[in-house]
Design a binder for this molecule. Structure first.
Ligand SMILES: [Zn+2]
Length: 351
């Protein structure tokens, strides 16, 4: 297939998606998703695929827009997975639509980009998120924005976005989650995402360097290893970052890839002992003042989320009241069929 292969807008979508996916400040691992509406078809990112790979393999699949929108309007559960609306004959790889497909459907612009931009996430985790964001976005030319407090991604989020959107809403800020921008063309959407991310940017707190030798000694003989990206250590070397991170989980993909929050190693304790006495071994351990360790069985993408935690918490000023996901909100993510599927793909990709 397809009509899409020669459509300049679709080529542009792939190029932009790959660029967003490769930038750890814009999105991480299999997070984020993009789409393009053409001739009644919603071309949307497949679940579990990485935006960074948009130019290397097929990550988009076609979904029939009208029946999906009708199902969203009726709160029909089939809209949640959207698998019933996939145009199977144009989906030779059998890809499954993103968990956010219904979100893309309800936004009436052709090009829709959803990312977990760390500048946005650092603000939407704050209890004063809406006021802080209003101060940054009001008066920005060509921006009509809406704010949606946290709801579970997928169908509930799509219905919430639909409810708060006005005609022309082209920026949707998602509490404890991320950013959506929409435009008539992919190029316009790309420019909008840069302008909004710049408007939402915060200064980054410096962090002391990690103590790699100490971390290696602690990891020796344990089920833990050093993170792939040394930027992840800042969560543990900066006491202000750790004070924020240790209180809970700020956004959904952290739970999906790394489990609840971060475990903190007490002085004199060891990662092996901590894992052995925990009902579920923590995927991410902070060793205060030294750095972080990652469980060797972490899902593919866990390293990117470990770095994101340092990037996000480093942009939240000390003492800022933060909204954490509740236990129930974390549970609904890990027991959600759509996320179990996405984690299974991440697990398969490791081997
Ligand atoms: Zn998201």
């Amino acid at each position: 297939m397809s009509i899409s292969a020669h459509d300049p807008e679709f080529v542009a979508l792939k190029t932009l998606s790959a660029a967003l996916g490769r930038d750890p400040h814009r999105t991480q691992a299999a997070g984020g998703n993009t789409s393009l509406k053409r001739d009644g078809i919603l071309w949307v990112k497949a679940s579990g695929t990485w935006l960074a790979e948009a130019e290397d393999r097929e990550i988009f699949l076609p979904v029939a827009l009208e029946p999906l929108l009708a199902a969203v309007a009726e709160n029909d559960e089939r809209a949640a997975k959207a698998t019933d609306f996939v145009i199977a004959e144009e989906n030779p790889l059998g890809l499954r639509p993103s968990v956010e497909t219904s979100v893309h459907a309800v936004i009436p612009f052709p090009a829709v980009l959803h990312i977990h931009c760390v500048e946005t996430v650092a603000l939407v985790g704050r209890q004063d998120a809406k006021a802080v964001i209003a101060a940054r976005l009001e008066g920005l030319a060509g921006v009509t924005w809406a704010y949606v407090p946290y709801v579970k991604p997928g169908l509930p989020l799509a219905r919430e976005i639909d409810a708060v959107s006005k005609p022309g809403t082209n920026v949707v800020i998602l509490g404890n989650h991320g950013l959506i921008v929409a435009a008539e063309t992919v190029a316009e959407a790309g420019r909008l995402i840069e302008r909004v991310s710049a408007a939402l940017a915060s200064p980054v707190r410096a962090a002391p360097t990690a103590d790699i030798a100490a971390l290696e000694a602690l990891a020796e003989g344990s089920p833990y290893r050093l993170p792939a990206d040394p930027a992840a250590h800042a969560t543990a070397t900066d006491p202000e970052r750790l004070a924020i991170a240790r209180q809970g989980t700020i956004y959904p993909d952290h739970v999906v890839f790394l489990g609840s929050g971060i475990a903190v190693l007490d002085a004199g304790d060891t990662p092996a002992a901590l894992a052995a006495r925990s009902p579920i071994a923590p995927m991410l351990i902070a060793v205060p003042g030294k750095g972080v360790l990652i469980h060797k069985e972490v899902l593919n993408g866990g390293d990117a989320l470990a770095r994101a935690l340092a990037d996000v918490t480093g942009r939240i000023p000390p003492g800022t009241p933060v909204n954490y996901l509740t236990v129930e909100q974390e549970q609904e993510l890990v027991t959600w069929d759509a996320e179990i599927y996405r984690r299974a793909l991440a697990s398969a990709a490791k081997s």
